[in-house]
Design a protein around this ligand. Structure first.
Ligand code: SF4
Ligand code: SF4
Length: 337
């Protein structure tokens, strides 16, 4: 199985990491089965977060007996020292472990630093000294914060959205991490469901220039796991056919499209922005029937109630004009109907 060295952490993880956000949506028994199957077939890296409801608990149930053979990363959204310790203790308890390999600040709007007044970075250092965490990482969706984290020299890993739709600046981040000897963990390798060809997604990540990139695939179903496991045995090559498919997706999905991350929510008008703002793409790239149901028609209709408060726009890490995007998607949706 292909391995990736996560920079100065010296951790060696499987090229296919397991993103444990989607296991929130399945039962504990199903999750334990899926996680253990992944492990027995060579996946040794599992990424979760305190914010993913019972995901940590499911990981704990699956792996407490074999902890030392795994690399586990989790995340905290704490904004102060008190919440940092509360989250860390809770994560250790749920994961049934006494240490976390990589403890990450979960998409903070700023890059935590010593003496920034929050006490967050100092707390992480103390947790490292105590052996509760082994490495300090950061996840983000904002280029500016990611750039600052790399330049600061304070972090051992960066987790950032990265797929074959990556812009030049995102690719540069992966290179900068390599130069800084930081681990680069790629989230959203299927761009939040917009990329359907996982073989193309894998083949892109497996190119030699991305040897330092460790993708974590969000896995919920056994067939999804089987797909990624099969790529270990028989790695897909970037054939002319796959390259053409990637080029077509890049053309269709370039520019201002909503990645479905949900960082702009909640919306005071109750609009489910993370799906409504990319409805046009979903209608064209996924089976349409579900999106045209009466339930979804009602959700799309809520766009009429947008108060143009612009709260979403301020929070979108991709700088999208969200209210405008919602209006465009709604117009298109009505035409579709
Ligand atoms: S601008 Fe509209 S969509 Fe955005 S948060 Fe405000 S009400 Fe919701
Ligand atoms: S509008 Fe921006 S923040 Fe909101 S879901 Fe889409 S990409 Fe994410």
């Amino acid at each position: 199985m292909q391995k990736v060295r996560l920079g100065k952490t010296e951790l060696e993880v499987s090229k296919n990491g397991f993103g444990a956000l989607p296991i929130q949506r399945i039962t504990k028994a199903e999750a334990v089965y899926l996680l253990q199957k992944a492990f027995y077939h060579g996946i040794n890296y599992f990424d979760t977060a305190r914010a993913y409801s019972d995901s940590e608990e499911k990981l704990g149930a699956a792996f407490s007996y074999t902890r030392e053979k795994l690399v586990i990363s989790t995340k905290t959204t704490a904004q102060n020292e008190k919440d940092f310790w509360k989250d860390l203790d809770e994560s250790l308890l749920k994961l049934q472990t006494d240490y976390i390999d990589i403890y990450q600040f979960h998409n903070p709007a700023f890059c935590p630093r010593p003496e920034d007044g929050t006490g967050l970075y100092e707390a992480a250092l103390k947790a490292k000294e105590q052996g509760k965490i082994r490495h300090i990482g950061i996840t983000n969706h904002r280029l500016a914060v990611a750039d600052e984290a790399i330049a600061s020299g304070l972090y051992e890993t960066l987790q950032f959205p990265f797929s074959y739709l990556a812009a030049e600046a995102d690719i540069k981040l992966a290179e900068q991490c390599k130069d800084a000897d930081m681990g680069f963990i790629a989230m959203k390798g299927l761009s939040g469901g917009l990329i359907h060809n996982s073989a193309a997604a894998y083949a892109f990540m497996a190119q030699p220039q991305f040897s330092n990139v460790a993708p974590i695939w969000g896995i919920q179903k056994e067939n999804e796991l089987d797909e990624f496991l099969s790529y270990e045995v028989c790695p897909p090559q970037l054939t002319k056919e796959l390259q053409e498919e990637i080029a077509k997706d890049r053309e269709q999905l370039s520019g201002d499209f909503c990645r479905g991350c949900g960082y702009c929510m909640p919306c005071p008008a109750g609009i489910e922005i993370n799906n409504c703002a990319r409805m046009s793409l979903m209608l064209r790239r996924a089976p349409q029937t579900a999106w045209l149901s009466s339930e979804w028609q009602a959700k799309m209709q809520k766009i009429d109630g947008c108060m143009h408060c612009n709260k979403c726009m301020k929070k979108c890490p991709y700088g999208l004009n969200t209210p405008e995007l919602l209006a465009k998607n709604y117009e298109d949706y009505k035409t579709f109907l």
